[in-house]
Write a protein that binds this ligand. Sequence first.
Ligand code: PLP
Length: 427
Amino acid sequence: MSEYQPSTNCLHAGYVPGSGEPRNIPIVQSTTFRYATGEAMGALFDLEAEGYFYTRLQNPTNDQVAAKICALEGGTAAMLTSSGQAANFFAIFNIASCGDHVVASSAIYGGTFNLFAVTMKRMGIDFTFVGPDCTEEELEAAFRPNTKAVFGETIANPALTVLDIEKFARCAHAHGVPLIVDNTFPTPIHCRPFQWGADIVTHSTTKYMDGHANAVGGAIVDSGKFDWNRYADKFPGLTTPDESYHGITYTERFGLGGAYITKATAQLMRDFGATPAPMNSYFVNVGLETLPLRVEKHCANAQAAAEFLASHPKVAWVNYPGLPGNPYYALARKYMPDGTCGVVSFGVQGGREAASRFMAGLKLASIATHVADAKTCVLHPASTTHRQMNDEELLAAGVSADLVRLSVGIEDPADILADLEQALALV
Ligand SMILES: *Cc1c(COP(=O)(O)O)cnc(C)c1O
């Protein structure tokens, strides 16, 4: 399917029905699969044959949607998870364990920061956070002999900083570790991080991919380009026999294209069970079919909202990487020439209290802990998603106390701007 353009792949990749078969991806709502003989099933358990036996590990609906996302990113293998959180956890835990270290951009989603800095730290994995704008020397200095990966977000939620993917990939590769990029905000329609040197891409499919606030979900895609064998001593989990899986060596059996995702499925899905419901994957697929149309409209509306806010006297500042003059404008033009995302952040004159009054005055936009929905929604991160961070951590993540995050939907732009205007008039 990769011979097609992304918007065609959004409709057709991952599932090609045979004659007389359902046109839509069927929802295989079955926990289990029947086999004629015990031997036939045994071959599946030994990973000797391909097939399904239990939905916690694999399910046809989930796999077909994963294959579509894989094609969109230009990867070699992909898996879906029950949430974006699970995707980022698996992406790192698949190659780092107790005693290891990871370098991460500090400008990341609040939930991811907590996962890394608190929960994974309790598992014995240390993270060093670097500013997304750090110099190559500062980035170099963050590495340790036990560093196993580098992590960043293409466009950070909610800071809207743009990751210099090439710089982070260069440093990661110089130290023999992969770059993992959370590509949730631009989606593969606007950025394909593998083209810039990233090795693994993650998604919260909850956002633009689903696009209709239907289903929480995540995805991990492998480029197949990172040479685990070259750094075999760093990644024994991929390059030496897995005693919990009949002595399989993943790189040997599945090659560089399949080793990472097969290991994550065979070990992490088996043991943690963060499996998406097939019904939810179906919802993601419905969203994916219109992703290019929606992303284009989200960006056009966000650009209009950003320009309106930038010229409004009651707005202190506007942050949107699509605005000329934004510090990330040049990086955004380089990595996302067709547009960035639909999320704009800004400060209301008068700080925290004025921001609250503005939020209360909105009529069309919903106050919701969600972004990337077809319907415009708005959030004050310092009092909600990021409330577990202290002021210093907030600043490092690029979030100020007066920051309002506006996720611009696909309504008529005139109605969105009128709503902002009337709510600002109340401040
Ligand atoms: C929302 C989000 C996540 C977490 O995803 P969930 O699906 O909510 O678990 C991770 N990364 C980014 C960039 C996000 O926006």
